[in-house]
Ligand binder design. Structure first.
Ligand code: BG6
Length: 489
């Protein structure tokens, strides 16, 4: 058999113990992702069994049916039904109420089927308050040896709870067994930021305060809260998206060149960015809540939870002093986008007359679109054909789609689960990094700015414009991305 992804998977067979197995993330991403990476054709893992665990009192058969439905609904590739028939034999299920002995017995059964050298991967897809119960159950089931544990964010809800959680985790697992997942870092286009920055000589010399005026990281979502009110009410947009995903992407944009593509080197450079960040100042933060949120089932009718947040971040080091990073994310917004936009300084003087169009469409930009299939664009002013000297914004664009390789893209969870199985920490966050981010957030968490209402399908409360002035938000785009399938004349 041809190896499709040589060296991409672990050498040892794996038993995955999936806590929160019947939850939303498991249904949409983890079970379909495990299905994909265990396919024989991919030749990624020498053998795998999955033991689902959750509070639901289900039988194994019911869990197999649940997984079947999840894979059929959410698998992003073409499904070969014979592959499914094999996969369902690899599944088992233990309700939490059955206790640690039952879990130990299920894992032992799975290990017997897999033979020698089996490793365990525990995936805690549970809210922070349940993470400890899951870890305690694993300890009582004697499943700590030969194991690694993936923890879902948020890692605590503030500095104190994060420190406490880390201490409690460290009582049971050594730090090198712990993988704190931030799925944005497993997205192919996020990794492409590293390739782009450190694989080329062209942009790195201008990647600093002398050339860059400001940076935007903008992740609007059209989704509302749906069935997640219980989680979201206690979390809100800042903890759910900013402390985790947006700050992590910011670190990829802002960090110095690591000495090697190797976990410690990359994590150290990211942590240096976090150390250089200034405390988040509440007056640099706009919190919003969409009209109608308070009537969602499970939401407090007087809820103060933000479903939108925009903020300005300052990184106080030689490369970035004076270059604001503007971050924005929210639910029920008009478009789902994941954009990083680097705005370059405008020329110091213009020879073009005021009515030539110069500067009317913002400064020149480098834009990364972190959609599943990556796109990038470099926009600049150029001459409009014809008489006179009119300038238009034009752009060079790249779409992964054009390469014909878009189908090879691994989903973030697939890649990160494989990395954790291999023991590779490169794309996972450290206890130290997380604690620093909570520390920087403490003033805001202690005295949050009031939430302002915004209408669903809008870009957030009006105050976002003051926050970014004299600049402007890139989204909504004035020009569409070119459709890669359509060739111009
Ligand atoms: C999750 C958040 O971590 O990321 C969700 O909890 C959010 O609220 C999601 O919708 C966005 O991730 P993606 O990959 O769907 O853009």
């Amino acid at each position: 058999m041809v190896k499709m992804h040589p060296g991409a998977g672990p050498h040892d067979p794996q038993v995955v113990v999936l806590f929160g197995a019947t939850g939303d993330l498991s249904r949409r991403k983890l079970l379909p992702g495990l299905f994909h990476i265990t396919q024989e054709d991919n030749d990624l893992i020498p053998g795998c069994r999955i033991v689902g665990v959750s509070l639901d009192d289900m039988t194994r058969e019911e869990f197999v049916q649940f997984t079947h439905d999840a894979v059929h609904e959410f698998y992003s590739r073409e499904l070969d039904h014979s592959e499914w028939d094999e996969f369902d034999d690899w599944l088992d299920y233990i309700p939490v109420s059955a206790g640690p002995e039952a879990l130990a017995a299920a894992v032992a059964r799975a290990e017997t089927q897999l033979g020698e050298g089996v490793r365990r991967l525990h995936y805690l897809s549970v809210p922070p308050k349940s993470a400890l119960d899951a870890i305690t159950m694993l300890r009582d089931a004697n499943l700590i040896e030969r194991s690694r544990v993936i923890m879902e964010k948020p890692f605590g809800t503030d500095l104190e709870s994060a420190v406490k959680l880390n201490e409690q985790v460290h009582n049971i697992f050594a730090e090198d067994q712990v993988f704190r997942i931030d799925h944005f870092l497993g997205k192919e286009p996020a990794l492409n930021i590293l390739a782009f920055r450190f694989g080329n000589g062209l942009f790195e010399p201008i990647w600093n305060r002398n050339f860059i005026s400001h940076v935007q990281i903008d992740v609007p979502e059209t989704l509302g809260i749906e069935q997640r009110a219980g989680f979201y009410e206690n979390t809100g947009a800042y903890r759910d998206m900013v402390v985790t995903h947006l700050f992590q992407i910011m670190a990829f944009i802002a960090m110095e060149a690591p000495t090697a593509l190797e976990p410690n080197a990359i994590r150290e450079e990211k942590n240096k960015v976090f150390r250089s960040m200034q405390m988040i100042d509440p007056s640099d933060v706009v919190r919003g809540q969409y009209s109608g949120y308070r009537s969602v089932d499970g939401v407090d009718p007087e809820s103060d939870t933000e479903t939108f947040v925009a903020l300005k971040v300052n990184i106080d080091n030689w490369r970035w002093a004076g270059v604001p990073f503007f971050l924005r994310t929210g639910k029920r917004m008009p478009e789902g986008q994941r954009i990083v936009s680097i705005a370059f300084h405008e020329p110091p003087q213009s020879m073009f007359p005021a009515n030539s169009g110069i500067g009317t469409q913002g400064p020149d930009h480098l834009t990364f679109d972190l959609a599943d299939s990556a796109k990038m664009s470099l926009s600049f002013y150029g001459k409009r054909p014809g008489p006179g000297m009119q300038l238009d914004k034009q752009s060079l664009q790249f779409a992964m789609h054009d390469t014909g390789l878009a189908g090879d893209v691994f989903e973030a969870y697939e890649r990160l689960i494989l990395d954790a199985m291999k023991g590779d920490h490169t794309l996972f966050t450290t206890a130290q990094g997380i604690e620093r981010l909570w520390e920087l957030s403490q003033t805001l968490l202690d005295s949050p700015t009031p939430v302002r209402k915004y209408e669903p399908d809008s870009w957030g409360p009006n105050a976002i414009h003051q926050l970014i002035a004299p600049h402007a938000w890139r989204l909504p785009f004035e020009r569409e991305w070119r459709d890669p399938n359509v060739t111009g004349e």
